[in-house]
Design a protein around this ligand. Structure first.
Ligand code: BG6
Length: 485
C-alpha cells in the first residue's frame, strides 16, 4: 500500500446517522481510516439523527455494523471520538445547542456536514445550517446521489444548497469516482501514450459499459421503485464512467480541468427522441428465477405490488463530437443478473489489411474490470508457437490487481471522505455536471412516456432480457460476456 498521508484535524457531523448508508458505509469507512492512523486525534465524529439515544447506544449500533474487527484498543480509541446527538435538522431552534457544543470552537477548523438523507432534505437542512451560523469558513457539505429525481428537482436542490454554501464547499458524491479502478481510468488513458492516438473513431469500433449486480432491490425496494435503474445507476455511475472513457485529456488532475472535460461529454450526448427510443433503449424488470443457486422472488413479489419500474436498462448512446463520431457506447445495468461485474470494454477496429488472410484475426479489445477481480486485460493476436505454419491465437495481456499490488485498498467511501477533508473536488460532481446528466436522462424518461415504452421481463439470475441482445445484435455486435475471449 502506498504511503498514508494524514489529513488535517476535522469535525464531521453525519446527519441520518441511524440510516443504512451511515451505518453500513460511513462509520466503517471512518473506523478503517482511524485504525490506519489517517485521522488525527483532534478530530470528532458526531452522529446525528432525530432519535433519542445515548452515545453508548449509538456506538454499540455502529460497532455491530463495523463487525468483527471493531474491538480492543483501536475500537475504544475510535469510540472516544464518536458521539451522538438528537437533532431535528430541518428546523432551527434551541435543540441545536447540544450539537453546537460538540463542535470545536475554532471556526477555522475543517467541518464536514454529511447528509446521509433523502435529497428533498438537502435544501431545507442547508438553510437551517446557515441560519444556525454553522456555515463556517472551512465548512463543507457532502451530498449523496441522487441529487433530485429529474432536472427540475436537481436545479431546485442545487439552488437551495448554493444559497448556504459556495460551490467549492459542496461535495456531491458519486461513490464510483472513489473506486480505485475508476480513478485508474484517468491514469491508464492519460499517463500512457500508446492509447491516445487510437482512442477515437479511427481506432475504436465501439465501447461497452456494464454494471451488473446479483442483488435485488431488497430492503430498498420502496426507494428503488420511485427511481429505477435509469435514475439510480445510469444518471450517475454509468454516465460518469462514460465521461472518463470519452473525455478529452484535461490539462491537469485538478478539479475544474477534469470536471470541465466531463461536462463537455455530457453535453455532447445525443438526445434519444421518442422516435428512436425503441431501437436505442431497453427497459425490463426481473421475474422470479435462480440466483447463485438459490430460488429468488421477482421484483414485484419483493415489492409486494405491481410496478412498472425497470431494474434493468440497456442503452445505445452516442457522443456527438469529432472524436466519437459514429462510435456507439452501449451501456447496461441491472439487478439480479447472472454475476456481479462492472467492466468497460473498448473494442478496437480490425487492422486495415489482413496480411494473414482467411479472416482469422480478432480485433484488439481492452477490458477494464472495475469490480470484482479488478484488472486490465488487453486482448492481442499472437503467433501460436509451433514447429511450422502460421497459426495464431487471441491471448490476454493481463494486469490483475490481486497479483500485481499487495494492497488491500480502501473502500470508495474511505477515499472520498478523506478527499472531502483535503478539499479535493475532482472526485465529486459539479452542479453543471449533475444537471447535464439529468437533462439527458430526462430526455429518455420523456421519450418512454411519449412512446408508451414496453417494460420487458428477464429471469432473475440471467443476463437480462433478450431485447438487450437484440439492441446490440442489430448492429452485428454482441455483449462481451467475459467467458469467450
Ligand atoms: C448505488 C445504487 O448508488 O450503487 C444501488 O443506489 C447500487 O442501487 C449501488 O446497488 C452499487 O454500488 P457498488 O459499489 O456495489 O457497485
Amino acid at each position: 500500500m502506498s504511503e498514508l498521508i494524514p489529513v488535517e484535524p476535522f469535525d464531521i457531523v453525519v446527519f441520518g446517522a441511524t440510516g443504512d448508508l451511515a451505518l453500513r458505509k460511513l462509520m466503517p469507512a471512518l473506523y478503517h481510516r482511524w485504525v490506519d492512523g489517517q485521522i488525527p486525534e483532534r478530530s470528532r465524529i458526531i452522529a446525528a439523527s432525530r432519535d433519542e439515544m445515548s452515545d453508548e447506544e449509538y456506538r454499540e449500533r455502529a460497532r455491530t455494523h463495523i463487525a468483527k474487527e471493531a474491538k480492543g484498543k483501536s475500537w475504544a480509541d475510535f469510540a472516544q471520538h464518536l458521539s451522538y446527538v438528537a437533532v431535528n435538522a430541518t428546523e432551527t431552534g434551541e435543540h441545536w445547542t447540544h450539537l453546537k457544543s460538540k463542535l470545536s470552537d475554532d471556526e477555522s477548523k475543517i467541518r464536514l456536514y454529511y447528509l446521509a438523507l433523502p435529497p428533498m432534505l438537502y435544501g431545507p437542512i442547508s438553510e437551517v445550517l446557515k441560519a444556525e451560523g454553522l456555515c463556517t469558513p472551512n465548512a463543507r457539505i457532502v451530498l449523496e446521489k441522487p441529487i433530485g429525481k429529474d432536472l427540475e428537482s436537481a436545479k431546485a436542490i442545487n439552488k437551495a444548497v448554493c444559497q448556504a454554501f459556495p460551490e467549492n464547499s459542496i461535495f456531491r458524491i458519486d461513490h464510483y469516482l472513489g473506486k480505485e479502478t475508476v480513478q485508474n481510468l484517468l491514469i491508464l488513458r492519460f499517463a500512457n501514450w500508446m492509447f491516445e492516438p487510437i482512442w477515437n473513431s479511427t481506432g475504436i469500433d465501439h465501447v461497452q459499459i456494464t454494471v451488473a449486480e446479483t442483488l435485488g432491490a431488497g430492503k430498498r425496494a420502496d426507494y428503488y421503485d420511485k427511481a429505477g435503474a435509469l435514475r439510480d445507476m445510469v444518471q450517475n455511475h454509468l454516465l460518469q464512467l462514460l465521461c472518463l472513457v470519452a473525455m478529452e485529456p484535461p490539462s491537469s488532475l485538478d478539479s475544474d480541468p477534469v470536471r470541465d472535460e466531463k461536462l463537455k461529454v455530457l453535453r455532447a450526448l445525443r438526445k434519444i427522441s421518442a422516435g428512436d427510443i425503441r431501437h436505442n433503449v431497453v427497459r425490463a424488470h426481473y421475474r422470479a428465477g435462480v440466483s447463485a443457486g438459490e430460488p429468488v422472488s421477482g421484483y414485484e413479489e419483493e415489492l409486494g405490488r405491481s410496478s412498472d419500474t425497470e431494474t434493468f436498462v440497456a442503452i445505445k448512446a452516442h457522443v456527438d463530437n469529432w472524436r466519437w463520431a459514429g462510435v456507439p457506447f452501449y451501456l447496461r445495468t441491472g439487478k439480479r443478473m447472472a454475476s456481479r461485474r462492472s467492466e468497460i470494454v473498448i473494442q478496437f477496429k480490425p487492422v486495415p489489411h489482413d496480411i494473414v488472410g482467411a479472416g482469422r484475426l480478432h480485433p484488439n479489445r481492452l477490458v477494464i474490470r472495475l469490480q470484482p477481480d479488478e484488472g486490465v486485460k488487453m486482448m492481442l493476436m499472437t503467433k501460436d508457437p509451433g514447429p511450422g505454419g502460421m497459426r495464431m491465437r487471441y491471448v490476454p495481456l493481463n494486469l490483475s490487481y490481486a497479483d500485481t499490488f499487495e494492497a488491500n485498498y480502501p473502500d470508495a467511501y474511505e477515499r472520498l471522505l478523506l478527499a472531502v477533508v483535503r478539499g479535493n473536488l475532482s472526485l465529486f460532481m459539479r452542479r453543471d455536471e449533475v444537471e447535464a446528466a439529468w437533462s439527458w436522462v430526462d430526455g429518455i424518461i420523456n421519450s418512454w412516456a411519449q412512446d408508451n415504452a414496453e417494460l420487458y421481463e428477464y429471469s432473475a439470475g440471467s443476463d437480462g432480457p433478450s431485447q438487450s441482445d437484440l439492441l446490440i445484435g442489430r448492429d452485428e455486435r454482441e455483449w462481451y460476456d467475459g467467458s469467450r475471449y
